[in-house]
Design a protein around this ligand. Structure first.
Ligand code: CDV
Length: 311
C-alpha cells in the first residue's frame, strides 16, 4: 500500500508593512482553498508568513518589535485560518513570530507549527540557525536582525507522526545546514517542511547574489537525497518593502529531484502527490544509516604532520 500525501507549496508574494494580519490571513485562506480544490492534504506557508519580514529594520523600541509577534496560537487574527483548515480538511505549516512567557521570562522565537486536517496543532518548531547580526549595521542596504529579535530555538529538531508519516520542520537558514536534515533523518523523517524569506541580495557577500536560486535548490535537494526524505521548500517572492525575495518554492522527492515548482514571484500554489513509501528505496539502500553510517569515525580527531585536520 502506498502512503500518498498531496502537498501544496503555498508561496506568497510580498507582505507590505502596512498590510493588516487580517488581509494576510485572507490570502492564506485563498491558498488553502485552492489546495482543497486540488486535493491537498497539507499546505505549506513561508517563514514569518503573517507579516512583512521585520528583521530587515532596526527598531529602537521593543514595543515596535513586539507588534510583529503572536502571543497565542491560534491568535485572534489566525483563528479564521484554523477554522478554514478544519472545514476544508486540509492541514498546514505556518511560520510566525512567537512571544511567550517561559521559565519566568518573556521569550521570542522564530517559530513554525504543524496543523493537522482537523485544525489542531500537532507540532511546533523554533528556528535554530538564526542568521544575520545583533547590532545595527548602517552600512547594509537593509538589516538582518534575527540575532537581535529572536532567541535560538530550544526544541531541537523534533519529528511528528502526522499525515500518515513522519514529518519534520525547519525554517529558512536552517536549510543550509546538513545537521538540520540529518538530525531529523536519524529519527526517520519522511517529509521536511521549510518556510523561508530569502533576499536575492546578500549584503555581506554580494558575489553570491546570482547564485541564490542555485544555492536554495542545492541545499534542499542534497538534504532530501542524503536522508531519503521529501522536502517542501516555500518562500516569499517579489519585492517586499524594497527587498527582492527569491520565491523559488519547490517540492523535492527523496531522489533529490524537484517534482513541482512555483513559476511566479507571487501568491502561488505548487502541488505534488508525494508517496511517502518512496523514502524506503533510499532509507533501505544507499542511506541505510544502521548499516552504513560510521558514527565512531565522525568523532575521531585526525592529526597529520601535527595539524588537526578534522574533528
Ligand atoms: N530568513 C533567513 O533565514 N534568511 C537567510 C538569509 C539571511 C541568507 C537564508 O538563509 O535564506
Amino acid at each position: 500500500m502506498t502512503r500518498m500525501v498531496t502537498v501544496g507549496a503555498a508561496q506568497m508574494g510580498p507582505n507590505a508593512l502596512v498590510e493588516s494580519r487580517k488581509a494576510v490571513v485572507q490570502r492564506l485562506i485563498v491558498l488553502l482553498e485552492q489546495g482543497a480544490r486540488h486535493g491537498c492534504d497539507l499546505v505549506v506557508f513561508p517563514e514569518l508568513a503573517l507579516t512583512t519580514f521585520f528583521p530587515r529594520w532596526y527598531f529602537e523600541s521593543q514595543d515596535d518589535v513586539d507588534a510583529f509577534f503572536e502571543r497565542s496560537m491560534p491568535s485572534l487574527h489566525t483563528r479564521p485560518l484554523f477554522e478554514a483548515s478544519k472545514k476544508l480538511g486540509v492541514g498546514f505549516y505556518l511560520g510566525y513570530a512567537e512571544l511567550t512567557e517561559e521559565d519566568g521570562h518573556t521569550r521570542r522565537f522564530n517559530t513554525s507549527i504543524l496543523v493537522d486536517a482537523s485544525g489542531q496543532i500537532v507540532g511546533k518548531y523554533r528556528k535554530v540557525h538564526l542568521p544575520g547580526h545583533a547590532e545595527h549595521e548602517p552600512w547594509r542596504q537593509f538589516q538582518h536582525l534575527e540575532k537581535r529579535y529572536f532567541e535560538t530555538g530550544n526544541l531541537g529538531f523534533p519529528v511528528f507522526r502526522a499525515f500518515g508519516g513522519i514529518v519534520g520542520m525547519a525554517i529558512c537558514n536552517d536549510r543550509r545546514w546538513p545537521e538540520t536534515y540529518r538530525v531529523m533523518g536519524l529519527q526517520g523523517v519522511e517529509m521536511i517542511l521549510i518556510g523561508y524569506n530569502t533576499p536575492v541580495h546578500n549584503p555581506p557577500a554580494p558575489e553570491h547574489d546570482n547564485l541564490s536560486h542555485f544555492h536554495n535548490e542545492l541545499v534542499m535537494q542534497a538534504g532530501a537525497y542524503q536522508n531519503g526524505s521529501w522536502v517542501v521548500g516555500v518562500g516569499k517572492g517579489g519585492c517586499e518593502e524594497g527587498v527582492d525575495q527569491i520565491g523559488n518554492s519547490v517540492v523535492i522527492a527523496p531522489s533529490g529531484e524537484i517534482v513541482s515548482a512555483c513559476t511566479t514571484l507571487g501568491d502561488e500554489l505548487a502541488i505534488a502527490r508525494c508517496d511517502l513509501d518512496l523514502t524506503q528505496s533510499y532509507k533501505s539502500s544507499v542511506f541505510n544509516f544502521a548499516k552504513h553510517r560510521e558514527p565512531a569515525s565522525y568523532t575521531l580527531i585526525v592529526e597529520r604532520k601535527g595539524a588537526v585536520i578534522s574533528v
